[in-house]
Design a protein around this ligand. Structure first.
Ligand SMILES: [Zn+2]
Length: 55
């Protein structure tokens, strides 16, 4: 019988579509694994909307 070697499951980063190594994985608010860099970048994008600051 042919058996698939038990490769560790690498989730695909939803931002850059590269496999995410578990040691590099960050989990976003939706529970998806992504690279730390991609996570930070997406956070910046999310917060890049000009916030009103009533100083
Ligand atoms: Zn990525």
């Amino acid at each position: 019988m042919f058996e698939v070697p038990s490769a560790p499951y690498s989730p695909i980063c939803p931002r850059c579509f590269e496999p995410v190594k578990l040691e590099d994985a960050k989990t976003d608010e939706d529970g998806r694994a992504m690279h730390e860099d991609c996570y930070c970048a997406s956070l910046k994008e999310t917060t890049s909307i000009t916030r009103r600051r009533s100083a």
